[in-house]
Design a protein around this ligand. Structure first.
Ligand code: SF4
Length: 192
């Protein structure tokens, strides 16, 4: 699974990726509190965001089902720190790549949890709260909305959160379980 995921991430064009131990993930109420401050104007306005996306307790329980993770990033060079146009383009590019990866990994038929960077933008206007989500098979919550700190995940994955002056980076991740090699399972059965 690890090899297939790394290849799929590379094929989507992400500039940077790094593996981490998903068992280190910690759900922090402070991160959810930052969502509630609504600086991104998406809190309580999108199915992929809090509170609709689920409780911290639900995510904490969900994370216990995964042992491995890969963080991956879109990294762009800015002309200067006011280069809003490139920042916007990089964000759009990251979203396009992310949903490309969601589609590709869907074909792997594996138990994966993909977490996006920011709220879902698949629809021009999110149907929340009056209409059901239009693409539940593609929509994924952001890393922040689950209560994990992106900085912490980058550190665990040994990828820079910040790639230096006049750069912008967007980070997402995928959680999975490495399947035991078939021979190991046979050995375990023989040992019983
Ligand atoms: S797919 Fe559409 S309706 Fe569903 S969360 Fe995303 S923007 Fe909202």
């Amino acid at each position: 699974m690890r090899k297939q995921l790394k290849a799929a991430i590379g094929s989507c064009g992400f500039e940077c990726q790094g593996e981490f131990d998903a068992r280190v993930l910690t759900v922090l109420p402070e991160v959810r509190a930052m969502c509630a401050e609504d600086r991104c104007h998406e809190y309580n306005k999108n199915w992929s965001c809090p509170p609709a996306c689920g409780t911290l307790e639900q995510f904490a329980e969900l994370f216990t089902h995964y042992s491995c993770g890969i963080a991956f990033q879109t990294v762009a060079q800015l002309e200067d720190s006011f280069d809003i146009e490139t920042m916007f383009e990089a964000k759009k590019l990251h979203e396009t790549r992310f949903y490309d990866l969601v589609r590709k990994t869907g074909a792997l038929n594996a138990d994966l949890l993909l977490l996006s960077a920011g709220s879902c933008k698949l629809c021009k206007v999110c149907g929340f709260p009056d209409e059901a989500c239009s693409f539940p098979e593609l929509m994924r919550p952001s890393m922040e909305s689950t209560g994990i700190l992106v900085n912490d995940v980058c550190a665990a994955a040994s990828v820079p959160y910040n790639h230096g002056a006049d750069t912008i980076s967007y980070t997402s991740c995928v959680l999975f379980n490495e399947e035991e090699p078939a021979w190991d399972k046979v050995v375990q059965v023989c040992a019983q």
